[in-house]
Design a protein around this ligand. Sequence first.
Ligand code: EPU
Length: 436
Amino acid sequence: MEEAFIINGGKKLKGQIYLAGSKNAATKMMAASLLTDEEVVLENFPRIGDTEITGELCRSIGSKIKLQGSRLSIKTTSIRNHQVLSLSRKNRIPILTLGPLLSRYGKAEVPVLGGDKIGPRPVNLHIDALTSMGAKIETTESSYKAVAPNGLKGARISFPFPSVGATENAILAGVLARGRTIIYNAATEPEIMDLIKLLQKMGAIIELGANRVIYIDGVKKLHGAVHSVLPDRNEAVSWACLALATNGRVLVEDARQEHLITFLNAVRRIGGEYEVTRKGIIFWQDGDLNGIELETDTHPGFMTDWQQPFVALLTQARGVSVLHETIYEDRLSYIQDLNLLGANIKVFSKCLGELPCRFNGMGCYHSAIISGPQQLKGSRINVRDLRAGMLNIIAALIAKGESTISGVEEIDRGYENIDTRLKSLGADIKRKKIKI
Ligand code: EPU
C-alpha cells in the first residue's frame, strides 16, 4: 500500500494561503547548527519530509532537537558520531556536514549521494573546495572519508559553475577555518544569503563582494542564535501557478517580491496578473495566457525549480512556448506524463535558447516546445521528483475528470500539509492509501 492523491480537476482555486519556511534554507541551517555547541533556534521552520530526514541525520551526530509548532531548537553539545552512513541517499544534506564535522571533530564520513531523477548530481566541486582547505578526502564506493589532521585553513576557491550546494559547503567549512577563504563565482541564491545571515548571528565574519565573490574570515568559535527562516519562494511560485492555471485568484501570504523578480516578469509576459500588497502577492489571470520563451538560470535568473509548475501553466497558454533548462541535464522527463494527460510538448537535445549551456552537444533532452492551449484529462501518474510532483498536482487540477497521483511521499518532502492547504483553496483532493 502507498499514499496517493485523488484529484478531481476543473475547480478554480481561490483564497489565501500561508508560505512555509524555505526547505532549501532550513535544512542547511540545521547543518550550520552543528558548528556550535550552543542552542540554535529556527523560527518559521517547515514541517516537511526533508527537515525530518535532516533532523534524523543531526540526531545521529549528537544533536538534541525540540520542535514546537514552527519553532525548532537544535543543540549539539558534542559530536557523538562522525559517520552518517545510515542515512545514505535520502536527501542531499549529509555532504554539507563535512565542514562542521571536520571543524569540530577533525574527521567525517558521509554517504556518496546517488544520482537522482533530475540528473547525475555530482559533488566534485564540494570535494575540491574542501580539499583546497586542507581536508584529505578518500572516496570509496559508498562514502567520502575525510580527515583534517591540521584543521581546515582558508583558501581561494574558484567555482567553474556557481553551484548552490558547493558554495554552502565552502561557507560552512570556511567560518571556523584558519585565515581567509575567498569564494569566486559563488552562488548567491536568497537561501544562501539567509544562511549567511544566520552564521553572522552565530559570530561568523562573511562579506559579500561584487561579481559573486564571498570573503570569509575564520573565527575560533561560533555561538547560538535565533533566526527566522525566509519564506519558501519555490512554494510561492507553485501557489502562483496553481492560481493562474486554474483561472482562480490566490493571495500568497508573505511572498517576497525581491525573491521573485524574474518569475513576476514571466507571469506578466504570458498575460497573468499580480499585485504586490503588504500581506503578500495576489495572483490571477486576466484574459487569455500567451506563450513565452523561457530559460532557467542561476540566481537571479528564472530558477530551475520553477520551470515544472510553470510548464503546467504553459499548457494552458495560447500559441507556442520554448523552454531551455540550463541547470540540470535531465529535468524534463516529467513531460512524458504531461503528454499522457493530453499536453502537446516536444523535447529536444539542442539548446533552444541564448544562454551559454553546459549541455550543448551532449545529447541530453533539456529543451522543449509546448503548444497550447490543450484541454488536459485526468489520468494515473506516478511522481518522479519533488517539483515534478507539484506539476502533477497542477495538471490534475486543470484536467477534466479524476487523476490518481501516486508516490506522494516525494511531494511531502518539500510541501507542508499540501492536501489540507489545497482543500482550503477549494481543490477537490483526497489522500488515500492505494495498492501498488
Ligand atoms: N554540480 C556539479 N558538481 C558539483 C555540484 C553541482 O557539476 O559538485 C552541477 C549539478 O550536477 C547541477 C548544477 O551543478 O547540474 C547545479 O547544482 P547545484 O549544486 O547548484 O544544486 P544543489 O545544491 O544540488 C540546490 C537545491 C535544488 C535546486 C538547485 C539549483 C537543495 C537541497 N537543492 O541543489 O533544489 O534545484 O540548488 O538552484 O538546496 C529541490 O528543492 O527540489 C531542488 C532540487
